[in-house]
Design a protein around this ligand. Structure first.
Ligand SMILES: CC(C)(COP(=O)(O)OP(=O)(O)OC[C@H]1O[C@@H](n2cnc3c(N)ncnc32)[C@H](O)[C@@H]1OP(=O)(O)O)[C@@H](O)C(=O)NCCC(=O)NCCS
Length: 191
């Protein structure tokens, strides 16, 4: 099967219209950030602090979002951060990030975190993963349009479709919470 250089059709009514700016392939902004873990990265147990990994994840995803959108982009949300294995001092950590999906002004960036011993030639193992949403912003911090991402491989296309599912759930959750708050406020509850 060939990998078509075109964005998949939107699958849900919540997906925004495709912006009238040219698309960019996934590979144009895919990035890997690598970092050796040292003693200053540890928690009280002696393994690497989750926040250190999250910072690397946000850094790598932010670079991808900036490259894809061609300018500043801010983290709007981070969800499904999974820590699969502990990371140790002396591990060389690779944070691999790519744009999974684009809306009108936002992008979902998927991140995989791999670790290998810095001085051994064994294959890296996956130690974490995360999905982040970035919004591209203009000089005033207001959302601006992003180029639609063009998934290139079957894996890219699967990730695009899965990102649409997450997007639908994020919007539904946000809407449900807003409706509950409005209902409680209308009923006179204060918190
Ligand atoms: C993110 C931000 C720019 C959104 O601004 P806004 O006025 O709410 O704009 P919108 O509602 O039009 O949202 C812009 C896009 O972001 C998406 N978005 C906003 N909040 C989101 C959230 N919590 N989760 C997922 N997506 C979100 C919207 O769906 C929209 O995407 P779309 O255009 O592709 O449909 C604004 O909330 C902000 O500046 N937040 C602070 C960001 C920051 O400082 N990050 C660093 C954290 S330390």
């Amino acid at each position: 099967m060939t990998d078509q250089a075109s964005a998949p059709e939107p699958e849900t009514p919540d997906t925004p219209d495709t912006p009238d700016i040219p698309g960019k392939p996934t590979s144009a902004s895919r990035t890997t950030l690598s970092h050796i873990m040292t003693h200053s990265d540890t928690n009280l147990l002696g393994t690497v602090h989750g926040g250190v990994i999250m910072k690397l994840v946000d850094d790598a995803a932010g670079a991808v979002a900036g490259r894809h959108s061609g300018g500043p982009a801010v983290t709007a949300s981070m969800d499904e951060m999974a820590f699969l294995e502990p990371v140790r001092v002396g591990d060389l950590v690779h944070v691999k990030a790519q744009v999974n999906w684009t809306g009108r002004t936002s992008m979902e960036v998927g991140v995989r975190v791999l670790a290998e011993r810095w001085n051994e030639s064994t294959p890296p193992t996956q130690v974490g993963s995360a999905y982040l949403v970035f919004a591209a912003v203009d000089a005033d911090g207001k959302p601006r349009q992003v180029p639609p991402v063009i998934p290139e491989t079957e894996r890219d296309k699967r990730r695009y479709q899965e990102a649409q599912i997450r997007r639908t759930h994020r919007l539904a959750r946000r809407r449900a919470i807003m409706e509950l708050r409005e209902k409680r406020a209308a009923e006179g509850f204060e918190d």
